[in-house]
Design a protein around this ligand. Sequence first.
Ligand code: AGP
Length: 607
Amino acid sequence: MCGIVGYIGKENCVNFLVEGLKRLEYRGYDSSGICVLNEKKLSCYKKTGKIVNMESTLPSEVIGKSGIGHTRWATHGEVTDANAHPHLSANGKFAIVHNGIIENYQVLREKLIADGFEFKSTSDSEVIAMLLEKNFSGNFEKAFYQTLSLLEGTYGIVAVFADEPDYLMVGRKGSPLVLGIGDGCTFVASDVSAFLGHTKQAVYLEDNEICKIYADSFITTDFTLEKKQKEIATIEWDAIELDKKDYQHFMLKEIFEQPESVARAYAGRILADIGTAKLGGLNMEPRELAAVDNIGIIACGTSYHAGLVGSYLLEELARLQTVVHIASEIRYKNPILRRNSLQFAVSQSGETIDTLLAMREFQRKGGKVLGVCNVVGSSIARESDGGVYVHSGPEVAVASTKAFTSQLTVFLLFSILMGRMRDMSQYRGVQLIEDLQQIPQKMESILKKSEQIAEIAKKYAGLNNFLFLGRGISYPVVMEAALKLKEVSYVHSEGYAAGEIKHGPIALVDKNTPVVFVVPQDHLHDKMVSNIQEVKARGGRLIAVCNEGDEKIRSLVEDVIEVPKTEPLFSPLLTILPLQLMSYYVAKELGCDIDQPRNLAKSVTVE
Ligand code: AGP
């Protein structure tokens, strides 16, 4: 949450700051601002609303060879120009941008007020700028160290001082920051997408690191001033992947990328002739893997739903008992770590704070946690004990789509790998791998139905409550479908286990309730038919996602979206696609801000 950019170099940085913030807008978009330093004078521009609002307030001649910028997702203090970042110190000499929460800001603020400092905002972050001024006694760097030592909570901070134009100070504790090493300039940002068009050389900062950045160098220390050696990594993503191309929205583009992204998730990881998978990043010897007899999965939101699908796969294919935890719950529950257990932390961004902190809690207890992340070099990817990148490519829309199917693919590979180490025959493994390799082509055929799906979405878009029902491995699919619809269209929707509706939710059904059934031809098909009939008898509007040629289902429902047949355990990779598209088209019909839905941010880095 909140996006940070900073620059120091030879060029005027205003364009970079604004464009960089636009790249980070998915992290928060209630207000934004930039502050640039020119001839020892700081100029600050801030505005509520999208970045274009702030951009439109910039005078034509703003110049700065260094500067900082911020896009905000409010936590403390309402959405106002004054609460937007950057925040200036009382004397206007220090400016900061901050991502995170300063938990002791009230105490610090009261002391500063007693010392005569006047605050302009109600944000927790403003204390940082004031503390820099208060702690300054001739040395900016020292004042920065002192200030950080007083802060409790989480932060990624970049600070600039008007009288020291040659460097910026950067500090990280709990909120991601990465440096971009340019040609005669240095960038800093919450994630690499901000500077990807300028450099692919990145330095990831760790928690409790402070960095002094110059145009052509940087010095990193820990909080005890001990110097740290940092590696320069090369970013694999291309800037072009951050463009919408001809699509109207990133969400649509990312839905359509799934045949490719799923193929990328398994590329180079299958051993087709012996029917198994190889996942080098696990950092585990076969003997160690063979000793695992139970799995835990930690995640939030869509990644949690992917974990739930993963649990069906692991239990069915590898006969490994699997428990899936909502990260924000398990981290306060004193989790029980069973012997011979292996945990997965699943996160597209790799920065979700609850998942990261839950992962650390398991590690503290001696557990081994593997990351399933998309963003290379993210906190979870770096702090986990090994893992698997899902390789979806950058996901920009706040609503996660392609990361979900890539996460499922990784769980499939891992389940086949573990299955083959346990009871699964080579024959079964070979068959499964063949089925997996057909998925991208089957996805293509579903995407060709987007016009039909748009028509169905249009028909039901005016209705206020949707129910999504599924059984078995389709249950997490309907949970994910309901999440997708509510987040992009603001229409209330529930994803329920179809067998549970008689225990309450069927009371919601009336002639204005679209009920969407996910009903692939698996061992639960007949049970689903009964559930459909129960809802039909109560007058619901019935829609089904079923397999091609399923006349039984067609005869029972008002609208049908057919998907190709596949191995039943792989059906989530196909059945979710029409439901992602349906959410997209309902939101479009309702005129919603699809890529940046209200109140949300892509990367939830505060608790
Ligand atoms: C997905 O559409 C949501 N925006 C959200 O639930 C997301 O999946 C969740 O915040 C977890 O994010 P992560 O995968 O980056 O950890």
